[in-house]
Design a protein around this ligand. Structure first.
Ligand code: ATP
Length: 205
């Protein structure tokens, strides 16, 4: 079965693309969503985060206090490692579980949506085909400011912590340009879906 990786910088449009691929029948595994679930109230990572970082990193709903943790891990790489040591194995387990379920349900191919796919060594060698969603940085900044109500400087910091646009593009098997309208994106995604089906077919024959 063809394993497709889907990545792109913050606000580039990964979800916009994966939602549309999902409508065409692709099996979508959103590792960002899984990462949120493990740190949501009652999430599998919460007890270990509480023990390692203390109650001030858990908000009143029982979820990870994201803004507090974001500030900590930006300033302190060791804390980032400690957090990832807790969350990554749990995210991996759930990713595999969902992939198995989707394969058994008959998905024609699987798409792993992973914001930090380029940055993470664990993905390399797993995906057969890498899709990168791309748009100018200014567009990313504007989208994220609008969507998440974050100040420009905060969004720029996130961008700077991610792989550069050039680095991502250099590893792509295919690039989805998402700087036009959502209607244009729809057409691009349909073409991508057909292309992936063809690659899958060639792989089987
Ligand atoms: P993140 O990395 O933050 O999860 P993402 O790469 O998944 O982001 P999306 O959530 O798909 O990006 O898009 C970011 C925002 O921009 C959303 O509010 C989305 O509706 C909007 N958006 C995406 N593509 C377009 C487009 N072509 N035209 C207008 N708005 C768009």
């Amino acid at each position: 079965m063809l394993l497709v990786g889907l990545t792109g910088g913050i606000g580039s449009g990964k979800t916009a693309v994966s939602d549309r691929l999902g409508k065409f029948g692709a099996g979508i595994i959103d590792t960002d969503l899984i990462a949120h679930q493990v740190t949501a109230p009652g999430g599998a990572a919460i007890p270990a985060i509480l023990e390692k970082f203390g109650p001030e990193f858990i908000d009143s709903s029982g979820a990870l206090n994201r803004s507090k943790m974001r500030t900590l891990v930006f300033a302190n790489p060791e804390s980032r490692q400690a957090l990832e040591h807790i969350t990554h194995p749990l995210i991996r387990l759930e990713t595999i579980r969902q992939a198995n379920n989707l394969a058994q349900a008959g998905a024609p191919y699987l798409v792993f949506v992973a914001p930090l796919l380029i940055e993470s060594n664990s993905w390399k060698g797993i995906v057969d085909y890498l899709v990168v969603v791309d748009c100018p940085e200014e567009t990313q900044i504007e989208r994220v400011m609008r969507r998440s109500n974050l100040p420009r400087e905060e969004v720029k910091k996130i961008l700077q912590a991610q792989a550069s646009r050039e680095e991502r593009l250099s590893q792509a098997d295919v690039v989805i340009e998402n700087q036009g309208s959502l209607a244009t994106l729809e057409v691009e995604v349909e073409e991508l879906h057909q292309k992936i089906l063809q690659i899958q077919k060639n792989k089987l024959s």
